[in-house]
Ligand binder design. Sequence first.
Ligand SMILES: Nc1ncnc2c1ncn2[C@@H]1O[C@H](COP(=O)(O)OP(=O)(O)OP(=O)(O)O)[C@@H](O)[C@H]1O
Length: 741
Amino acid sequence: MAKALGNGQPIDGAATAVLSDLERRRDGLHARARQQLGFTGTEGTPPLRKTLREHNTSWYPVLALGGLAIVDQFQTYVFTVLTPDIARSLGLSIAAIAGMRTLQALAHAVSPLPMAALTQNRAWRAALCIITAFGWSLITAGTGLVVNLWGLGIVLVTDGLLVGSAVALHRPLIMDIYPPPARVRLLAIREAFERSTSIVAPLLVTLGASVLGLTWRGVFLILGIVSIIGALFALGLRDPGYGKWDTEQIRRTVRESHHAHADQLSSQAVQLGFFEITRRLLLVPTVRRLAVGYLVFGILVIPYTTFLSFFLDERWGMDAGERGVFFGFTAAVGVVALLLYGPRGEAIFRQNPGGVLDVVGIALIAAVVCIVVAAVMPWFVAMVVFFSAAQALIGVLAPLLGIAQLSVVEAAWRPHAAALIGIYMASGSLLGVFLLSGVEERYGIAGAMISLLIPGVIGALIIRSAKDLVAADLDRLIDEIVEDEEVCHLTSSGAGVPMLACRGVNFSYGQLQVLFDVDFTVDDGEMIALLGTNGAGKSTLLKVVSGIGLPTTGTVRYRGQNVTYLDAERRVRLGISQIPGGRAVFGPMNVVENLRAFGYTLGRSPKVVDQAIERSFETFPRLHERRHSLAATLSGGEQQMLGLSKALILKPRLLLIDELSLGLAPVIVGQLLELVREINRRGTAVVLVEQSVNVALSVAHHAYFMEKGQIRFDGPSADLLARGDLLRAVFLEGATKGAAL
Ligand SMILES: Nc1ncnc2c1ncn2[C@@H]1O[C@H](COP(=O)(O)OP(=O)(O)OP(=O)(O)O)[C@@H](O)[C@H]1O
C-alpha cells in the first residue's frame, strides 16, 4: 500500500520531510527522557551524599518515613508477643483473639486501596502519612485501655486500616521526593528501617516488661508514646507533587523543545477514576507479571516467619525470649545486607532497568535454598547462619522489586500500583497459610519449611521473566508522555487535531492478539466505512474506541484528550456511542422502556427523554406501532431501528455502528441508511462497520480496510473500489459463505 497521510492523501516530498523531522524530534526527546529517568546505560553511581547535594534534597524525608516504617508495626508486634497475657487478663479465648487478628489482617490487606484512592486527585500523601501515624500511635497506646473483646476488635481493625498508608504511600513518596539516581538506595534505606522493627520493638518490650516491670497495658502505652514521637518527627514531611523528578521533567523538556513556557500547564487531561486506574495498571505487562509473582512470593514470605517461630520452638526448644533474639539478629543481618547492596542495585538499575529482576530471581532461589538447608541442618550455629543468609537475600529483594514496579507507571498512579501489589501478596500469604498448615500436619514443621522451596522457585521464575518487560514498559511510558505533550502543544497552538485518533493500538483476547499496531482517524462530521474480511478485528476496534475493550498498548484520543482507559460510560458522556452488531436492544423490555433506558445513561430529565422518544417515533412510525411490544419479539429490522434510535436520543458526536445491514431486506437497509445519512448531516461523525461493501461505500466518504488485525487501506472510498486485490477477499468470502448455505 502506498504510504498515505491520516486521511489517505498521498504524501508529497514536503510532507515526508515534515514526518521525518517529527520522527527525529521524537527520538531525540525519547533519548533525553530516558536519561531523565536515570537510565544512563552506565554503571557509574556517584555517592548518595553527593547526589542528594547536587539535587538539593535532604536526608530528612527518608529518615522520617523510615521512623514511621518502624513504629507502624508496634501495635501488631507487641500484640503478637503479649497475646497470652492479654487473653488471661481479659478472660478471652485464643480463638476469639485469633478471630479479631484475622479481621485486622484483612483490614491491613485492603486499606492501601482506599489510601491510594484518597490521593488520586490531590497530592497530599505526606499529610496522610502523618495523620495516619498519629492515628495508629493513639491506637497503640489505647490498646492498653481495652477491657473487652469488642474494644479489642475496634483497636485491631482501626490499626489495620491506618497502617495501609505505609504500604500505599511511602515508596511512591520516596520516588517523588528523590531524583532517579538516588532512588534504589533510598528505597533500600527505608526498607532497612522497616526491618529494624524486629530489633527496636523487642528492646522496648523488654525495657517495659522486664526492666520497668510494667503490665501489658503499660507496654502498649510506652510503645504508643514512642510511636507518637515518630509521628511528631515526621511533621516536617511535605508532598512534592507527582512526578517532580521524572514524568514532569519529561513534560517540561517537550514544552521547552517547542519554546513554550516550561511551567505552562498541560491542557486539562481526562482524570481516570479509581477502577479505571487499577484496570489500566493491570494492563502494564511488568505490573501484571509482577502481580502474579507477588502472589506466589506471598505464599512463601509471610507464612515463613510464622512457621519459623514454630520451627525454632519445636526443633530447637527456643523460648520466646530466645526467639526474639534470633529474629533481632537475622533482622540486623537483613538491614546490613540492604545497606550494603543498595549502591549495587542502583548501578544495575541505571545500566539496565530490567536487570534488577534478574537479581531478584536469583536471590529468591538462593534464599529458599538457604531456608531448606537451615531446616535440615543438625548444627545450631550453621542453622542460624543459613537462616540469616536467607533473611539477607529476601531483604534485598524489596527495593529492587519496588523500583521495577513503580518506575513503569505514571507518578500519580504509583500508590495504586503499590496497593495492588500489596493485595496480591496478602492473597498469596492467605493461600500460603492454608497450604503450609496442610503440609505441616502431614510432614511436620521441617517438612513445611522445605516445601517453601516450591513457591520460592516458581515465584522467582515468574518475577525473573518480567525482566524483559521493564525496558519496553518504560519506553511506552515515555512515549505516552511525549505524545501527550505534543498533542497539548498542537491544540494550544490552534492546530486542529482529529476528533478521534487511535495510534499504534494492539489488542488481545487473553493470549490471542487480534489488533496489530492499528492507526485509525476520524474527523468531525466524517462518515467512515470500516471494511474487512471476517474476523479481521473490525468489531474489536470499535470496542477499543467505545471503551468496551482496553488495548494492551497504543492510545485512543478524542479531541486530543487521552481516553484510552476511560470507562465506556464516561465515553458516552463525552459523545461516543456504539450500536453493537446483532441485537443491540434489551429483549425483556418493551420499545418505550428500551428508549428510556438509552436516555437514562446520560441522566437526562424524563421530559427531555420523552421528547427524544417522540422524535424517534416520527422517524420510525413502525416503532410507534410496536411501542408496547417486548424488544425480543421485534423483527431484525425493527430491532436495528430501535438500536439506531439510541443515536437520536443520545445525540453523540461520534456514532459507531456495527453490522447495520446484517440479515435485513434491502428495503429496510435503505431506510436505515437514510437515517444514518440524516444523523451524519446533523453533524455526528459515523463509523460504519459493514459486511456489504456496496452498502458501506454508498454512504461513506472515506474507507478503511482491515485484514488480520491490520489496516491495509486508508483512503477515499472511491480509491478502495479500485483495489480489487483487497475487495476480492471480501467478495470471495461472501461467495464461499453463499455457496455453503
Ligand atoms: N470475546 C472474544 N474472545 C475471544 N476471541 C474473540 C472474542 N471476540 C472476537 N474474538 C476473535 O477476535 C478476532 C476478531 O474478531 P472481530 O469480531 O473483531 O472481527 P470482525 O472483523 O468484526 O469480524 P466479523 O466481521 O466476522 O464480525 C476473531 O478471530 C474472533 O474470533
